[in-house]
Design a protein around this ligand. Structure first.
Ligand SMILES: Nc1ncnc2c1ncn2[C@@H]1O[C@H](COP(=O)(O)OP(=O)(O)OP(=O)(O)O)[C@@H](O)[C@H]1O
Ligand code: NI
Length: 327
């Protein structure tokens, strides 16, 4: 068996806000093998981005890592020095953020920003780094990269900014890429092009990827395994084949039913009923019980344990009581 490159164990990330404590990530464990792509899905606010930022130890107040660990190649990132961390970030483990405009500096050229990563992590001279930046822009299929490298982010279209972010993320050939909605907000054709590009780059470089998205179609196109998050927790995880075709958790089923095409075929409701719970005031018992069609008395009182059911791990009392194996 191949060793895990990334191991997240019982991770909890909380935000202390005036109205209470937001449990954005509340006990998540996952593993990633070299070259593997895992999808992370769930509704807005369920904690996907906070999970990505926590893995890179980038949480700042009012947020805090409450407990748990993140091991990258056997090294616990929560006990690394700032110097070790900045070496790992960007070089060995890169993140493509949800909003490129927020992470690209508006007053510096795209080329300078890509070059900076290479100067810091690869010790290149400015001239060498700029040459490499042109190559990278070419690799992510930005047309006329020799001219574009001197542009500012606002001179790029949304799709091109996203490509520039991918170029920056890939500059140092990271072994793990955390991609947070890398194609959100782009039109469908450009989205397909960028995903295809990421897939090809990933395969040629054997890079592992954690792909955060709310789009299940992207998961089935890109990932081998998927984690379904609800209110800071993983409610179901397993192979894409199993989870998307034989969902075991009622929340996963509801998510699948919310896809218009699937809903039409199966003649079910297209919208997820009810609202997500307030993460600063989560319901007792199973976090999903307020919206679950199969809720029982026990679900309202006691948090479900995770159970192995075939190839899937599910956090649901209905499954636990069917005699599946408790983790
Ligand atoms: N800096 C912060 N201060 C307070 N609360 C925060 C902060 N960042 C995130 N949160 C809270 O943590 C929870 C998880 O947020 P997160 O951004 O991870 O959601 P998400 O799943 O990425 O959603 P989306 O799909 O909309 O990107 C939310 O309730 C959010 O309000
Ligand atoms: Ni997010």
């Amino acid at each position: 068996m191949q060793e895990n490159i990334l191991e997240v164990s019982n991770l909890k990330t909380y935000f202390d806000v005036p109205r209470g404590t937001v449990k954005a990530v509340d006990g998540i464990s996952l593993t990633l093998k070299p070259g593997e792509t895992i999808g992370v899905v769930g509704e807005s606010g369920c904690g996907k981005s906070v999970l990505g930022l926590s893995i890179l130890n980038l949480i700042t107040p009012p947020g805090r890592i409450k407990s748990g660990s993140v091991h990258f190649k056997g090294k616990n990132l929560f006990s690394c020095s700032e110097a070790e961390l900045s070496h790992i970030r960007g070089k060995e483990m890169a993140m493509i953020f949800q909003e490129p405009l927020r992470s690209l500096n508006p007053v510096r050229t795209v080329g300078d920003q890509i070059a900076e990563v290479l100067q810091i992590h690869e010790g290149m001279s400015k001239t060498e780094a700029l040459q490499k930046a042109v190559q990278l822009l070419k690799q992510v299929e930005v047309t006329d990269p020799g001219r574009r490298v001197h542009n500012y982010p606002h001179e790029f279209s949304g799709g091109m900014r996203q490509r520039a972010m991918i170029a920056m993320g890939l500059a140092c050939n990271p072994q793990v890429l955390l991609a947070d909605e890398p194609t959100a907000g782009l039109d469908v054709t450009i989205q397909a092009q960028i995903l295809d590009l990421m897939k090809r780059l990933k395969e040629s470089a054997e890079m592992a990827m954690l792909l955060i998205t709310h789009d299940l179609a992207i998961v089935s196109q890109m990932c081998s395994r998927v984690l379904v998050m609800y209110a800071g927790q993983v409610v179901e995880q397993g192979s894409v084949r199993e989870v998307l075709h034989h969902p075991k958790h009622p929340y996963t089923r509801a998510l699948l039913d919310a896809i218009p095409g699937a809903a039409k075929d199966r003649n079910r409701l297209g919208v997820l009923k009810g609202i997500s719970p307030d993460p600063a005031d989560l319901p007792q018992g199973c976090h999903f019980h307020t919206r679950c069609p199969n809720v029982t008395e026990k679900c309202r009182i006691e948090e479900p344990t995770e159970v192995v059911d075939g190839e899937t791990v599910v956090k649901c009392w209905a499954r636990a009581e069917k005699g599946a194996i408790t983790v």
